[in-house]
Design a protein around this ligand. Structure first.
Ligand SMILES: Cc1ncc(COP(=O)(O)O)c(C=O)c1O
Length: 426
């Protein structure tokens, strides 16, 4: 084995020990060696402007010197304790102060877990079993969540379609699925079956699709009057759409929200936050054995992750931070519209300046099915040309960071111009 393995060596080694040659997350041909600011380098030293940002956590950029220093100091004091620690308590205070719904906070390690417990809490709280989710909405990898995330079959609502093998049929029976942004369908199903429904779970910005005006207000009103718990999955949107997340941006307060990504500053940390009444189900002394939601986790409230999160939030809170992220994103959204328009390509730029992408369709994208109707071949070509021009992004998202520089933005605009020509009609 060579002492200086190349990118291809790493790909070959991965092919032997990792199923599908990867961690399951991203193009396994990309093997990242290092990141700094808004750039990453692969194992051959190829440099990219990074719009993947670790799938969202690295909102202030890779290796931010202040986050790095906070982490290095904490590491000297210990890596993990299982017990309460000041760092985790301070992070919980910061979250409770920022998120309108957050009376109390419970830490876990991943967004998937946070969503799983949020749904369980709602079931414990209401004594009902069914959860209503939206087609195309992503809530992690639990059996409940892996229903109608990316269904290939278009079945009639509210039937759930499992996205994975190995999920018992009974799990499907616990889930109801609705089309996002469909006021009439949601009102109808809540009217008809509200008495069976423990929670409605929704991403405030579903993947990249904004809510129609009044949609979240309608969810809030219809759930409140039926004693249904409203869960905002803010794993992506928390501290990104605004400091106070989607609940701040859209002015609607859910009963519970889930958080992840940004709050761990790049380390494994996520949380469930909600009203004290609902969070009381984590406290046996308050609710008794019947209502108790059992929850422990080895790394919950990990102090290294907590200080990384706290410092990240401190940086985001400084004047101008969100304005800069928005300006960065707006500039790229504008370039996408301008270049694809000039090239005569049917397209929609979907999302918000903090996260967005192009869907190759002439129809507005209001729900999962509209998005799935986009032309996938054009998307593949567009993304491949961007990659050739040194732009690294997830297949269906640009994640914007605070660290992007003028040089990064100019390179991205040039790459977009080239990619738009590559998908132009002949
Ligand atoms: C909205 C949403 N919820 C939950 C999750 C799951 O988070 P994790 O990957 O930390 O389990 C994700 C991950 O991307 C997400 O985007």
């Amino acid at each position: 084995m060579s002492s200086n393995p190349t990118l291809q060596d790493w790909r070959d080694r991965a092919g032997k020990v990792l199923p599908a040659a990867g961690f399951g997350n991203f193009d396994p041909g990309v093997v990242i060696a290092r990141g700094e600011g808004a750039r990453v380098w692969d194992e051959d030293g190829t440099e990219y402007v990074d719009y993947l940002i670790g799938s969202g956590p690295m909102l202030v950029g890779h290796g931010h010197p202040e986050v790095l220093q906070a982490v290095q100091e904490q590491i000297k004091a210990g890596f993990t304790f299982f017990a309460n620690n000041a760092q985790g308590i301070q992070l919980a205070e910061e979250i409770a102060g920022a998120m309108a719904c957050a009376g109390q906070v419970r830490f876990v390690s991943t967004g998937s877990e946070a969503d799983m417990y949020a749904m369980r809490l709602a079931r414990a709280h209401t004594g009902r079993e069914k959860i209503l989710k939206f087609e195309g909405g992503y809530h992690g990898m639990s059996g409940d969540s892996l229903m109608s995330l990316a269904p290939e079959k278009r079945v009639n609502f509210p039937l759930a379609v499992p996205d994975s093998a190995g999920i018992p049929e009974v799990v499907r029976d616990g889930m109801l699925v609705a089309p996002f942004n469909d006021f009439d369908f949601v009102r109808g199903i809540l009217e008809e079956r509200g008495h069976e429904i423990a929670a409605v779970i929704v991403e405030p910005l579903q993947r990249l699709i904004p809510p129609e005006p009044g949609f979240h207000e309608m969810l809030r009103e219809e759930t409140a009057k039926r004693g249904i718990v409203l869960i905002f999955d803010e794993v992506v949107t928390g501290f990104r759409l605004a400091y106070g997340g989607g609940q701040e941006k859209y002015g609607v307060t859910p009963d519970i929200c889930t958080l992840g990504k940004v709050i761990g500053g790049g380390f494994p940390l996520a949380a469930i936050a909600g009203s004290e009444e609902i969070m009381a189900h984590f406290d046996k002394a308050k609710v008794g054995a019947e209502g108790f939601t059992f929850q422990i986790g080895t790394l919950s409230g990990n102090p290294v992750a907590s200080v990384a999160g706290l410092k990240t939030l401190e940086i985001l809170k400084r004047p101008g931070a969100y304005e800069k992220i928005h300006a960065n994103g707006t500039r790229i959204m504008t370039a996408l519209g301008r270049e694809l328009g000039a090239a005569g390509v049917a397209h929609q730029v979907v999302g918000e300046p903090v996260m967005f992408d192009v869907v190759f369709t002439d129809k507005p994208v209001k729900n999962y099915r509209d998005g799935a109707d986009g032309n996938p071949q054009q998307a593949d070509i567009f993304n491949a040309v961007l990659r050739q021009h040194g732009i690294l992004k997830p297949p269906s998202k640009f994640y914007i960071s605070l660290a992007l520089t003028e040089a990064d933005l100019v390179q991205t605009e040039e790459a977009i111009a080239a990619a738009a020509k590559a998908v132009a009609p002949a």
